[in-house]
Structure formats: structure tokens, C-alpha cells
Design a protein around this ligand. Structure first.
Ligand code: ZN
Length: 389
């Protein structure tokens, strides 16, 4: 399984300059490629192929006086930048054709030095190397100091160097991580991702976002308000922007750590995990958007999914065809819509339900039913002898 391992890196001032140059070159190549494809389209010419584009914006461009400095950075970095452009185009086309799930993909847009995130990628071809000293050797950049917060489980196939809005640098390695099957667990769980709690489990456990996370989020909101009062273009505004970016990065890091712990526990304790397919895209357009994005469910379910695959656990997203909060999990009766303010209700069958726990139980039941269907071919009885014509 392909996994990402992220580490903070600390480039020296000279290395920061070399990185800035590489970010710049990758951006120029990307924008040149985009411009060529856009003007081909405006002129009614056919789509410029990947090979042709790479030749024009890298190989041939390097020979011109205006672009000769492209030779100062690793060629792999430039090729990977064009590969990103090609992927962006492919995603856009398949989204147009309706072959892609989820939100509509916009056509690729120009990159700017003011983007919040600058990144370059080195593949194995670039001969990047983790040295015995623990430094990361990058061609034409140097040997970077890395804070190894956990060991790499295997040799990485690529590394992306990222500079975020808070001015921090990261190395993100792609590693083919070996599976880590866990001993069989006795229980299965359905998870309701709610607005009153971060998550509610079918066994009745309610998980609230921890206090420190809520406090950090509140502080961030305060800083954002403070920023909005600063005059555009003023030095104070620039300072406030960095402050917000730093606070934002801290909240994101803390949330990720917390979600890692929670998802690891859930996968360890359960043989099968079912969550509702959230259609977060749909929810995101409503006024619930803020809490949805704060909660970060998408990243959480993604963690559950890859950890389940690695550990040999079952994981499935349940389609929202079933109104999980309206159906009695004891008798299956559909009891009609309930406003969010109704936290508990009694079914005519006598069962008293906590709204969220009931929903989680229904998700578990739907997940079990679906996994039974999936093996239906094996359990269906063989046709009786003698019925054939
Ligand atoms: Zn009932």
C-alpha cells in the first residue's frame, strides 16, 4: 500500500534560496505548459500531447535565452511539474465526461508565487537519497536536516518538498508500506459522524472533539477577525497573515494527531468498520459548512479506510439511501423525519432511541447487510436437481 510519511525539514538560508529557485522553475514550466494548451484550444488546434508539451516547455525552452536558467534545477522537478499539469487536465476531462465521483473538477489554473503552498517533487530517477547521517540529499539543493518523528518503513519512491503559508518546510515521502495484519477482533462498529459530537459509535460511545482542539479553533477565529480589521497592504496586515497561517497550521497538526489516535483505536478494536457516505460536497454548500470543514470528517474516514486495508479489516461507506436517523434500529420501522433538535425518541415498539446512537446502529446494520450481499454468490443455494428443463 502506498502511504505518505511527512517530516519537518530545516533548510539552511542557502538551501532555502535553492528551493525558492526550484519552486519558481517548476511554476514557470507548469504555467508555460498551461498557456500553450490554452492558446492551442483558442486557435482551434488539437490538444497538445504530454510528450510534445514536455519537449516544448523543458527541452527546447532550456535552449532559449529567456528560459536557459531552467537548467539550474533538477530536470526531474520540471518533468514532475508537467506531470501534475497533465493529471490536472485528465481529472478535468473525466469530470466533464461524468466519469468522476464527487465535486466537479475545475480546469487547471495558473500557479502564482503568492500561492499558500509551494511544492516540488523528486522521483527515484532524480537520485534523491536519505544519507546515513539522517540528512536528505536533493540534487542541486543540498543535504537537508530532517526531524525524523518516526522511522520510514521502507525506501521511498518519491519525495515532495513543501513550503506552507507559515513558512515551514516539509518532506513528504511516498512509501510502499507493508501490510500489518492485526489479530481478529470480536466486534464490528457503525459510526455516525454528527454535528453535536465528532462521532457516535453503535456501541453508544460518543466522541467529542477534544477541548484543546476547540480552544485552538476559537483562538484561530479571533486571529482571523483581527486580520480582517487590518488595512490592505499595511505591514501590520502582513504580520497578521503570518500569525493566522501559523495558528491554522497548529490547529491542522493537532487535529491530525488526534484523528490518527482515534482511527488507530477504532481499527484495532473492530473487525469491520462502517461509516455513512457523507456527500460532504453537498453538505458543504449549506450553512453547516463551517462545522463540517472544522470537523475534518473526510480526512478521518480516509484514515480509517487505509488503516483498515493495512490491518486486514473490513471497511465500507454506506450510501445514504437509508434515512439512518429516522429508522428504528430495533424493529426497522420508519418513523418520519425528525428535526435536529430532537435528540431522543420512542418508537411504538417500545424502544427508546438516542438519535445519534440509533443512526450508528443503522449504519452498522446496513454495512453488515451490504457485506452479506457482496458474498451472496457463495451463500446462495445451488439450484435443485431435476428442475432443469
Ligand atoms: Zn421500533
Amino acid at each position: 500500500m502506498q502511504l505518505r510519511y511527512n517530516y519537518r525539514v530545516y533548510p539552511t538560508p542557502a538551501q532555502q534560496e535553492a528551493l525558492a529557485r526550484a519552486f519558481g522553475c517548476a511554476r514557470v514550466v507548469f504555467n508555460d505548459g498551461l498557456r500553450i494548451r490554452q492558446s492551442a484550444r483558442e486557435d482551434g488546434l488539437p490538444y497538445v500531447s504530454d510528450g510534445e508539451l514536455s519537449k516544448r516547455v523543458i527541452t527546447e525552452a532550456k535552449k532559449t535565452p529567456e528560459r536557459q536558467w531552467l537548467g539550474e534545477v533538477s530536470a526531474v522537478v520540471l518533468q514532475q511539474s508537467i506531470a501534475d499539469l497533465n493529471t490536472a487536465y485528465r481529472n478535468f476531462f473525466s469530470s466533464l465526461a461524468g466519469k468522476r465521483k464527487g465535486r466537479k473538477v475545475a480546469p487547471p489554473r495558473f500557479r502564482s508565487r503568492k500561492d499558500n503552498r509551494q511544492a516540488i517533487r523528486f522521483t527515484a530517477n532524480a537520485r534523491f537519497k536519505v544519507l546515513d547521517s539522517g540528512r536528505l540529499r536533493l540534487p542541486k539543493i543540498g543535504d537537508l536536516a530532517v526531524r525524523w518523528s518516526r522511522p520510514l518503513p521502507a525506501d521511498p519512491t518519491s519525495v515532495t518538498i513543501i513550503k506552507d503559508a507559515a513558512g515551514r518546510y516539509f518532506a513528504s515521502f511516498v512509501v510502499a508500506a507493508p501490510d500489518q495484519p492485526l489479530p481478529r477482533a470480536g466486534s464490528e462498529v457503525g459510526i455516525d459522524l454528527g454535528l453535536t459530537h465528532f462521532a457516535v459509535l453503535s456501541d453508544g460511545t460518543k466522541i467529542a472533539a477534544p477541548k484543546f482542539l476547540r480552544r485552538a479553533a476559537r483562538k484561530l477565529r479571533g486571529l482571523q477577525q483581527n486580520l480582517s480589521r487590518k488595512r490592505r497592504g499595511s505591514a501590520n496586515r502582513t504580520k497578521a497573515v503570518v500569525k493566522v497561517a501559523k495558528a491554522h497550521a497548529r490547529v491542522a497538526d493537532t487535529r491530525r494527531d488526534w484523528q490518527h489516535k482515534l482511527s488507530t483505536t477504532i481499527i484495532r478494536d473492530n473487525q469491520a468498520v462502517f461509516v455513512e457516505d457523507l456527500c460532504v460536497v453537498g453538505l458543504g454548500r449549506t450553512r453547516l459548512a463551517k462545522s463540517v470543514h472544522d470537523a475534518g470528517w473526510a480526512s478521518f474516514t480516509a484514515m480509517l479506510e487505509y488503516k483498515a486495508a493495512r490491518a486486514g479489516r473490513a471497511f465500507a461507506k454506506i450510501d445514504r439511501f437509508a434515512p439512518t436517523s429516522q429508522t428504528c434500529s430495533a424493529c426497522g420501522r420508519l418513523d418520519g423525519p425528525k428535526p435536529l433538535s430532537v435528540r431522543s425518541w420512542t418508537c411504538p415498539c417500545g424502544s427508546v432511541h438516542d438519535r445519534d446512537v440509533n443512526a450508528a446502529k443503522n449504519i452498522l446494520a446496513a454495512g453488515r447487510a451490504e457485506s452479506l450481499n457482496a458474498c451472496g454468490a457463495q451463500v446462495r443455494p445451488a439450484p435443485r436437481a431435476g428442475t432443469a428443463p
